[in-house]
Design a protein around this ligand. Structure first.
Ligand code: FMN
Ligand code: 173
Length: 357
């Protein structure tokens, strides 16, 4: 059967992966209310199509921080991609580049920042968790700058790892052959030990993440770099306002794909208040539940500058490596363009709240 939408990659990938690994990717925290709510928030919004508009020429091209993108779509940071494909993040970077998309590399990438940069032809950003060992962070930042990464993303919704029941039941651990190669061994110890009732990821994060950081600490990270700093995991107007007041250069509206606070507001429902608070001062991106061109159109019409795709990129990587990732992004771009034609909005600039009902 041919693959004609993102969910087709999901069914294929599920058949290829061992159950605990599938659960790690697919799962969320607690009752997985927020995983489901992320999707439902999109499905509850309807579209108001305009007709007899010339849609013969359509454009999805855009840019972020001065870098050109074929469409407002990027790949969200996800850890340890070599668990899914032998080439890991190198394949994802090549695929994203082929499709003209952005790739946000996780601090827990399983290929080096330099290997990933060598394979990339599109923009790369580096995602960070705030490790207690600040020297490890500043070393990573320096390497990212040298390798040509164009922005830093600090994930702020994970001081502790969400209570992910599937991983706890499975005693989930990272495959022995897969490492967070950009971090010293001391920072990745214990990730390969599987113990029922515990998740190696949660245990590891508890040992290495600094849970005491506040807005006041952001200036330290800023002082290490000239790169734009983006915060990932903002869900309220209050925090969006604080982010801009602290000189942050961009915001990713996200609840971590429902993997952190269960019951958190769906990303798409939080977007309008964040957009209103930011008032155009910095770019606003969104992730969580984006599976269709229609979802992307809805997010853009609500004021997002771009969206990121988490799990679907992992499904495509599992099924077909870099070709899968490139195909997924092209397919989503095509779906976006198609939805723009059917709603009578041929340009991204035409996407505003009047298309939503
Ligand atoms: C397997 C997996 C690993 C993830 N690892 C990270 C990570 O290392 N850093 C991070 O900021 N977010 C991480 N995330 C969250 C994603 O960046 C993103 O917020 C989320 O997947 C978006 O939702 P979606 O999967 O519904 O598209 C991870 C998500 C998944 C599914
Ligand atoms: O961020 C996540 O969702 C995640 O799964 C993870 C992976 C490695 C380390 C910390 C969190």
């Amino acid at each position: 059967m041919s693959i004609v939408c993102a969910d087709d990659y999901r069914s294929r990938a599920r058949g290829l992966l061992p159950a605990p690994l599938w659960d790690f990717i697919e799962g969320g925290s607690g009752d997985e209310l927020t995983v489901d709510a992320n999707r439902l928030a999109f499905d509850r919004i309807s579209l108001r199509p305009r007709v007899l508009v010339d849609v013969s020429e359509r454009s999805t091209a855009t840019s972020v921080f001065g870098a050109a993108l074929a469409s407002p779509i990027g790949i969200a940071p996800t850890a340890y991609q070599r668990m899914l494909h032998p080439e890991g993040e190198v394949a994802t970077a090549r695929g994203a580049g082929q499709a003209g998309g952005l790739f946000v590399v996780s601090i827990f990438a399983s290929r080096t920042l330099e290997e990933i940069a060598a394979a990339a032809t599109g923009p790369l950003w580096l995602q960070l968790y705030w490790l207690r060992q600040r020297s490890a962070l500043s070393r990573l930042v320096a390497r990212a700058e040298t390798a040509g990464y164009q922005a830093l993303v600090l994930t702020v919704d994970a001081p502790v790892i969400g209570k992910r029941l599937r991983d706890l039941r499975n005693g989930f651990a990272i495959d022995a052959g897969v490492r967070a190669v950009n971090l010293d061994d001391a920072l990745t110890e214990g990730k390969h030990i599987s113990t029922p009732g515990t998740s190696a990821i949660a245990t590891h994060a508890a040992a290495t993440f600094d849970t005491s950081i506040t807005w006041a600490d952001l200036s330290w990270l800023r002082s290490t770099t000239a790169l734009p700093l983006v915060l990932k995991g903002i869900l309220t107007a209050e925090d969006a306002e604080l982010a801009v007041a602290h000189g942050v250069d961009g915001i990713i509206v996200s609840n971590h794909g429902g993997r952190q606070l269960d019951g958190a507001i769906p990303a798409m429902r939080a977007l309008p208040e964040v957009v209103a608070a930011v008032a155009g001062r910095v770019p606003v991106l969104l992730d969580g539940g984006v599976r269709r061109g229609r979802d992307i159109l809805i997010a853009l019409a609500s004021g997002a500058d771009a969206v990121l795709i988490g799990r679907p990129a992992l499904w495509a990587l599992t099924v077909d490596g870099s070709d899968g990732v490139a195909h997924l992004l092209s397919m989503l771009t095509e779906e976006l363009s198609h939805t723009m034609a059917l709603t009578g909005r041929p340009k991204l600039a035409d996407l505003d709240p009047t298309v939503l009902a």
